[in-house]
Design a protein around this ligand. Structure first.
Ligand SMILES: CC(C)(COP(=O)(O)OP(=O)(O)OC[C@H]1O[C@@H](n2cnc3c(N)ncnc32)[C@H](O)[C@@H]1OP(=O)(O)O)[C@@H](O)C(=O)NCCC(=O)NCCS
Length: 174
């Protein structure tokens, strides 16, 4: 491991064990955008306890809220839209391994969250999924496949349990 990689890992640990618990969201946001190069939009609020991997591959839109103790593993890139509400203890993992590969091949696929999505507490999103505009992911769900716009899914694996209204007018934080 090169000295550069050691320093990068140390800097990431500094965020994930320390900076992420600093008081004041605006202070954390200033450090997350300047030092860690996360792209975070206007009026977007990230609560404490966020754990990040590959922060330069995280893009978050405007008026979005990420509640406490979420994990964003973004080696395969994570894009989160505008007016998205992500509840506490959600985890997004863009990396996996091919269980059929002899050399434990690493898989990286992007996770995309479109505008007005609401993700319930403790949801887990796996590599490669797109959550369509206005969709809802129920608390504790494990999402392994794309979710159509304005669809409500829940369970493990997450399946459709309903549809959401399509006329959404709110601006977060409400
Ligand atoms: C997904 C959610 C919005 C669904 O609400 P809803 O559309 O009103 O759905 P219902 O309560 O009518 O439930 C419909 C069915 O889905 C099931 N269901 C609802 N939420 C579920 C969940 N999270 N996981 C598994 N099944 C769920 C219900 O048991 C019900 O099953 P049934 O038809 O066999 O009885 C809600 O259940 C939820 O998970 N909210 C997130 C809460 C949360 O995270 N709060 C913290 C931040 S605000």
């Amino acid at each position: 491991m090169t000295i550069v990689n050691v320093l990068k890992n140390w800097l990431l640990a500094l965020h994930n064990h320390c900076i992420t618990y600093f008081p004041f969201f605006w202070l954390r946001k200033a450090l997350q955008t300047s030092i860690y190069r996360i792209s975070i939009g206007y009026k977007t609020k990230i609560e404490s306890g966020l754990v990040i991997y590959a922060p330069t591959k995280i893009v978050i839109g405007q008026h979005t809220i990420i509640n406490r103790n979420c994990t964003l593993e973004a080696r395969g890139t994570i894009k989160i839209g505008d007016n998205v509400s992500i509840s506490e203890h959600c985890s997004f993992f863009t990396s996996s391994h091919d269980p059929q590969s002899a050399d434990f091949a690493w898989i990286k696929k992007p996770i995309i969250i479109e505008d007005y999505v609401w993700i319930g507490a403790h949801a887990l999103l796996l590599q490669g999924v797109t959550i369509g505009k206005g969709a809802v992911v129920g608390a504790g769900s494990i999402v392994t496949k794309d979710v159509e716009p304005f669809t409500i899914v829940a369970g493990n694996p997450a399946k459709q349990i309903g549809k959401r209204v399509t006329e959404l007018t709110y601006t977060l934080p409400v």
